[in-house]
Structures are given as structure tokens and as C-alpha cells.
Design a protein around this ligand. Structure first.
Ligand code: ATP
Ligand code: MG
Length: 233
């Protein structure tokens, strides 16, 4: 579904991503793990047109994503849940959800809302509440739900467990599985390598902008180097 080949991104003099390649088979969950500053967020931002790659090929099916604006990428069926959630805190929950569907017809929005509320009943209850007044876990659910409002085929999740309690992290994990079961492919970026590799089928390890390891998630979970560096075992 997605092929990234030899991606390079720089910010001024900082080489943030240095020749990274990865792929996402249709229907799968693929995770990118790595420490602070490894280039995980930058890789996602390159996919959705938020930063311009210096070099590399990004293919979504047969379409190249290089040079597309973010709204065009959304139109192709890729939605991005950014690091730090980036909700509109002074807008209501329902308004935030509607923003996720700004490219779609009113009838589509109504039917998608029904689907989203099935998965996130709490957001229906809290529809008129300001997004900024939700708990951290609820805000993360809203950020994911807002992305689903565009009916993506591929969902990019940037550190969905950040700042959440273990119980909320488990909830987010459950939701990620449910979304994947709806035939939405997922790229899961996480510092929480345990969560990421438990959910994903395949994983890539990034270190200072470079790919240092890749493999089946179950193999990475058993790898001594990964255990020491990323799983705290
Ligand atoms: N807007 C920016 N301007 C300049 N440098 C940046 C910018 N954003 C990121 N960087 C640098 O690019 C590199 C990769 O950062 P990136 O945010 O992609 O890493 P990350 O893996 O997502 O890290 P984290 O786990 O902390 O979110 C780092 O050296 C970072 O300091
Ligand atoms: Mg990041």
C-alpha cells in the first residue's frame, strides 16, 4: 500500500532523516520505533506533505506523494494523528470531529459520525464539551476519531500513548486494533516500543535519522539489543 524509498529530510543544517526506506502492506500495522530525535515524526510529516523531502520516493499504491499538499494527501486516503494531538481546544468535541471531515459531503459526515461514535461512545456523550476540557486519554481518542472522519485507508499515528496512564494506553491499544480490523492500515510511531511491537506485525528501528534494524514485530520483541535499548528489559 505504501512504499518509502531512500527518504532524506533536513531542517536547515540538521539532517533529520537520512535515507530511510520502509513499506506498509495493505491491512497491516507497521511500527516505527526509536528514541528522541530519531526522525520518526519527520518521516510521517514527509508522507503527509508537511515537510518537503530532500530526496526519496514515497508511493501510495501507484501514486507518488512527493510534492503533494497535505489536503491532497488526505484526499487520497491518508490521515495523520499528529504528535501532541493538536486538537482545537476551544472548539467542541463535535466541531473537532467535523473539522476532520471538511472535504466530505454532509451526508458522508453524518454516516461517518455514527461509525465513529460506535467506537468512541464517550465522544458522543461529550459532544458539546470543549475539547480542551477532556482528559488526556479522551483527547487522544478525539484526535484519532477526528482523523477517522476523513475515512482514511492509511492512518498515521504519532505517539498515541504519550503522557497516558497504563490503563489509558491499553485502551488506545484496543482502539488501534479495532480500527485496523476495519481494514485501515496503520503506521504506528512510538517511543513505547512494547506497545508498538505488541500491536504491529512488522517494525523498523530508527536511530538518529537512520534505519538500524527491521523485522517481524515478534522477532524484534525477542531481540537482545532491542530489549536492552527500547524495552527496558
Ligand atoms: N522544526 C524543526 N527544525 C529543526 N530541527 C528539527 C525540527 N523538527 C525536528 N528537528 C530535528 O530533527 C531530528 C528528528 O526529529 P523528529 O521530531 O523527527 O524525531 P522523533 O523521532 O519524532 O523524536 P521524538 O521521539 O522526540 O518525537 C531531531 O534532531 C530534531 O531536533
Ligand atoms: Mg516525534
Amino acid at each position: 500500500m505504501l512504499e518509502v524509498e531512500n527518504l532524506w529530510v533536513r531542517y536547515g543544517t540538521v539532517e533529520a532523516v537520512k535515507g530511510v526506506s520502509f513499506s506498509v502492506p495493505a491491512g497491516s500495522i507497521v511500527s516505527l520505533i526509536g528514541a528522541n530525535g530519531a526522525g520518526k515524526t519527520t518521516s510521517l510529516r514527509a508522507l503527509t506533505g508537511l515537510v518537503k523531502p530532500g530526496a526519496g520516493e514515497l508511493r501510495f499504491g501507484s501514486t507518488s506523494l512527493v510534492g503533494l499538499a497535505p489536503h491532497q494527501v488526505v484526499g487520497l486516503g491518508i490521515a495523520h494523528v499528529p504528535e501532541g494531538r493538536r486538537l482545537f481546544p476551544k472548539m467542541t468535541v463535535l466541531e473537532n470531529l467535523t473539522m476532520g471531515a471538511y472535504r466530505r459531503s454532509r451526508a458522508d459526515v453524518a454516516s461517518t459520525l455514527i461509525m465513529v461514535y460506535e467506537h468512541f461512545p464517550i465522544l458522543k456523550e461529550r459532544g458539546r464539551q470543549l475539547a480542551g476540557s477532556l482528559s488526556g486519554g479522551e483527547q487522544q481518542m478525539l484526535a484519532i476519531a477526528r482523523a477517522l472522519m476523513s475515512r482514511p485507508k492509511l492512518l498515521l499515528l504519532d505517539e498515541p500513548s504519550m503522557g497516558l496512564s497504563p490503563i489509558m494506553t491499553a485502551e488506545v491499544g484496543k482502539i488501534i486494533r479495532q480500527i485496523n480490523a476495519l481494514d485501515v492500515s496503520i503506521i504506528l510511531v512510538e517511543q513505547n516500543a512494547m506497545l508498538a511491537l505488541t500491536l504491529a506485525q512488522y517494525g523498523y528501528v530508527l536511530q538518529t535519522g537512520q534505519l538500524v534494524m527491521q523485522g517481524k514485530a515478534q522477532d524484534l520483541l525477542r531481540d537482545e539489543g532491542v530489549k536492552k535499548a527500547y524495552l527496558g528489559l
